[in-house]
Design a protein around this ligand. Structure first.
Ligand code: CUA
Length: 173
């Protein structure tokens, strides 16, 4: 069978493209160490009860030590709790561990300028630790299409100088 040389070229290019896509995925999972949140660590919650039981029933900031705080945050249609109805206040330059999950559909959590970027999956807990380098406001955006008001799903993190961060920003246990 004779295959035209342009056909061969196109077949070659499309095979190359498939190989490149597979290569990019493998590169992400190996060299860049990208993970599906919560799947590797086995941290799971029941989306049906996450709003009424456990730490996500009272989302907010908890103190672990003078240099380490943790935030339990929900991403849900169509807000970040805390973060959307009023800014989430955190100390800058301090170790912050986020725990995130969703009670409804898949959402995204991205904080431009901080390097934070995670997918938030119902049933899985995404956990990551960071320090906000500067005392300033950071925006939060949802980067996964999650429904009719996805484009309005945003929030704010107010990183303040550690000396200005006080206990009133913590949630009561
Ligand atoms: Cu939540 Cu898009």
């Amino acid at each position: 069978m004779h295959v035209h040389r342009f056909e061969k070229l196109w077949i070659g290019l499309s095979l190359l493209l498939i190989a490149a896509f597979i290569g990019i995925v493998l590169f992400g999972f190996t060299v860049m160490n990208l993970k599906v949140p919560g799947v590797e660590t086995g941290e799971t919650v029941d989306p049906a009860t996450v709003l009424s039981e456990g730490p996500f029933a009272k989302p907010g900031v908890r103190k672990i030590s003078d240099d380490h705080y943790e935030v339990y945050m929900l991403a849900q249609q169509f807000l970040f709790r805390p973060g959307s109805t009023r800014p989430l206040t955190l100390p800058a330059k301090t170790k912050i561990t986020f725990h995130m999950t969703s009670p409804d559909v898949m959402h995204g959590f991205e904080v431009p300028g901080s390097g934070l970027n995670s997918t938030v999956i119902p049933g899985q807990v995404a956990t990551f630790t960071t320090r906000f380098p500067e005392a300033k406001s950071y925006g939060i955006i949802c980067h996964q299409y999650c429904g009719s008001a996805h484009h309005n799903m945003q929030g704010e993190i107010k990183a303040v100088p550690p000396s200005e961060f006080d206990e009133s920003n913590l949630i009561s246990q």
